[in-house]
Design a protein around this ligand. Structure first.
Ligand code: TXA
Ligand code: MG
Length: 324
């Protein structure tokens, strides 16, 4: 059975990771499904526990930039970004060093590696105690909504992992921004917790990977994890709703549209940070509560595309995409 561990059990969690077991842990974005990134069997176990259909490359987590840059080659831009945003919700894709400790499967055989230094104190304590890179995708079954509480983790993975460290709800609520610094120019592969505008203020123009709708079905995705349907609730999701039917559940942003059977408000006061933090919990709640009340779908009010809105709209577009 999966143990639920408190803050005093960090050393125990680290020992489990050392032994090759899988431990979910809180980060500031979402809960991660952690395994020792230097241990091929542990990494394979991550894919199996999630039911991931393909070996998408995983992000490796470190306690600080020095530890991260021991496994990848950091240039001037990477150092600037790390100094400004780490610990925090930014992932950098950089060339692997020849002596990189991370198992090839964790990086899906690529010559680049995604590295990140999470801001959550429990994650920090765990990573310091482990002293090895920890590979961690979001701690949900493949294709489902990412977890922002330990309860969400257990709903999907109970019995499939050794333990979950319970650090309460995740304050950011959407995953990290993934920035590719290994190509010709910097490219944002996934919008996330650090707005791209803030990155551009530091290193100049950042390219955007194809919008997900345009990228659907192509083989040329720069980030293999950019699959279209993802974060999918059971009920169908309808975006940019300007009206709502009596048989619909409503994901509201600002003053809610009248007439919905069930409402979850991302942010009454239209605060994008609050909306990001409440997004995944809201999708889960509307899915369960909507189904219980016989709703036929989830209608979503428009969210502006600025700042954290880009990450919120990216996740919503995936939740609404045709299921693969
Ligand atoms: O906030 C987060 O980033 C969370 C927490 C747990 O840290 N983690 C997370 O991991 O979202 P995951 O595995 O769900 O997403 C990793 C993303 C995928 O889109 C993957 O394709 C991309 O990063 N990625 C990983 N390594 C890559 C690489 N070498 N090149 C390009 N993309 C990469
Ligand atoms: Mg995920």
């Amino acid at each position: 059975m999966t143990e639920r561990l408190g803050p005093d059990a960090v050393a125990h969690a680290a020992a489990l990771l050392w032994g090759g077991a899988l431990v979910a842990f809180p980060t500031e974005t979402v809960y991660g499904l952690g395994g020792d990134a230097t241990n091929g069997a542990a990494v394979a176990g991550i894919f199996a526990a999630k039911g991931r259909p393909q070996f998408n490359p995983l992000i490796c987590h470190y306690p600080d930039a020095e530890a991260a840059f021991a496994d990848v080659r950091a240039d001037e831009r990477a150092r600037l970004l790390a100094a400004r945003f780490w610990p925090g919700p930014l992932t950098l894709v950089l060339p692997r060093r020849p002596d990189c400790r991370v198992d090839l499967l964790a990086g899906a055989g690529l010559d680049t590696l995604a590295v990140r230094v999470p801001g959550n104190p429990m994650a920090q304590a765990l990573l310091r105690e482990v002293g090895r890179p920890v590979a961690a995708p979001s701690a949900n079954r493949s294709g489902q909504v990412s977890p922002t509480t330990a309860d969400h983790v257990l709903e999907g993975l109970s019995g499939r992992i050794a333990a979950v460290l319970d650090g309460g709800p995740c304050p950011v609520g959407v995953e990290s921004t993934v920035l590719d610094l290994a190509g010709a120019g910097p490219a944002m592969l996934r919008p996330g917790g650090v707005p791209v505008e803030d990155i551009e203020a530091l290193i100049g123009r950042v390219g955007r990977a194809l919008p997900i709708a345009a990228a659907a079905g192509t083989q040329s995705l720069r980030s293999p994890g950019m699959l279209l349907s993802h974060y999918a609730p059971t009920l169908p999701v309808r975006l940019a709703a300007e009206r709502v039917g009596p048989d619909e559940a409503l994901l509201a942003f600002g003053p809610p549209l009248p007439g919905a059977a069930v409402v979850w408000n991302l942010s009454e006061g239209r605060d994008l940070g609050e909306a990001a933090a409440r997004l995944f919990a809201g999708l889960r709640w509307l899915d369960a509560e909507g189904a219980r009340r016989g709703c036929t779908g989830i209608a979503v009010m428009p969210v502006p595309e600025t700042g954290l809105g880009a990450a919120i709209n990216d996740r919503l577009a995936r939740a609404a995409a045709p299921r693969g």
